[in-house]
Design a protein around this ligand. Structure first.
Ligand code: ZN
Length: 103
């Protein structure tokens, strides 16, 4: 998703394959930040965060259903402001059922 984000953002950097830029190289730190930000949003968009909040999903359930890392989930939830909007939602609180399913 990161490399696709470079492409979608039309980053003009050298790339290894000329027909389709699969791997951008030597992107600037700003372009890397932009690509990381867009890829995170694409993987876990605001609408998905709202869905998780409205259904009181735990971070463990989000990981399983969306196939994304806990680090990305935590970052996007914190950046989205969803915890303030959905005050009763506590996705980082571990539930007994989550702990059982990891065994
Ligand atoms: Zn990159």
């Amino acid at each position: 998703m990161h490399e696709l984000s470079h492409y979608l953002l039309d980053h003009q950097t050298p790339y290894l394959f000329s027909d389709f830029p699969l791997f951008y190289i030597d992107a600037s730190p700003l372009q890397e930040l932009e690509a990381n930000t867009l890829s995170s949003i694409l993987l876990f968009p605001r609408k998905a965060i709202e869905h998780c909040a409205k259904n009181s999903f735990s971070i463990h359930r989000i990981k399983n259903e969306y196939g994304i890392s806990e680090q990305l989930i935590r970052k996007e939830i914190n950046m989205s402001g969803a915890l303030k909007q959905f005050k009763g939602w506590s996705p980082f609180k571990r539930l007994a059922i989550d702990q059982e399913s990891e065994i």
